[in-house]
Design a protein around this ligand. Structure first.
Ligand SMILES: C[S@@+](CC[C@H](N)C(=O)[O-])C[C@H]1O[C@@H](n2cnc3c(N)ncnc32)[C@H](O)[C@@H]1O
Length: 206
């Protein structure tokens, strides 16, 4: 991604952030504690919501331009023990069972190999550890919105950094061995209609 696209990312998201995303991020992240890994941290939209109960935070972001903005945001935050990694989520650089929580927001839509990513998250979580997720997903099968998601997906992927409009992410999490312990489905307000269906919640390592 160019530096300009990375810079524009926050600008494009601002209406949805103000309308609902900030509230959703805060609600999800207040429960995380201990050793935490966030994959695809982007420009750091979650940073302000990590509670003090987080002992160690690893933020991974493979895109250099996004990472530069992330590092600026970290510098302006009160976070103490934080490490930034350039690893992709298909190849997480961590020992097995080393994190209490993994956080993923609007990442599962964009990764190259979702199955590999979920297997990696499962590997690095401690037994009973949780994946905290906020993702835009495929609309209901057979719906008009789903048909448009399917139609527009090839173009959207090229425009938006491999973002898929029609991934059934909840199903993939279950196939990877996660148990969904909490899930909310809500429309992302002030967002483009094809990315409005979202899920957020907690998936426990089964
Ligand atoms: C839509 S942005 C979301 C950023 C941030 N998580 C948020 O909530 O605003 C998707 C991010 O996922 C990152 N990404 C794409 N493919 C990835 C991969 N294979 N592993 C880790 N991150 C990836 C992109 O570089 C980008 O920063």
């Amino acid at each position: 991604m160019s530096f300009l696209s990375a810079f524009l990312y926050d600008k494009c998201m601002i209406s949805a952030e103000e309308a609902c995303l900030k509230e959703w991020r805060q609600g999800l992240l207040k429960q995380v504690h201990g050793h935490v890994l966030e994959i695809g941290a982007g420009t750091g939209a979650n940073i302000e919501f990590y509670p003090e109960s987080v002992i160690r935070l690893v933020l991974s972001e493979p895109d250099e331009s996004m990472r530069r903005l992330l590092e600026v945001k970290i510098g302006n935050s009160a976070l103490k023990d934080v490490t930034v990694s350039s690893a992709s989520a298909e190849n997480i650089e961590a020992n097995e069972e080393s994190f209490d929580f993994v956080v993923a927001s609007f990442v599962c839509c964009s990764v190259t190999n979702l199955e590999a990513v979920l297997n990696q998250i499962h590997r690095v979580l401690k037994p009973g550890g949780s994946l905290v997720f906020l993702e835009h997903v495929a609309a209901d099968k057979g719906s008009k919105r789903r048909r448009w998601q399917n139609r527009m997906n090839p173009f959207w992927r090229k425009l938006a950094g491999n973002c898929h409009l029609n991934r059934e992410i909840e199903k993939s999490m279950v196939s990877a061995g996660f148990e969904i312990s909490e899930i909310k489905r809500e429309s992302m307000r002030k967002a483009m209609p094809l990315v409005r269906p979202t899920i957020r919640g907690v998936a426990v390592k089964g």
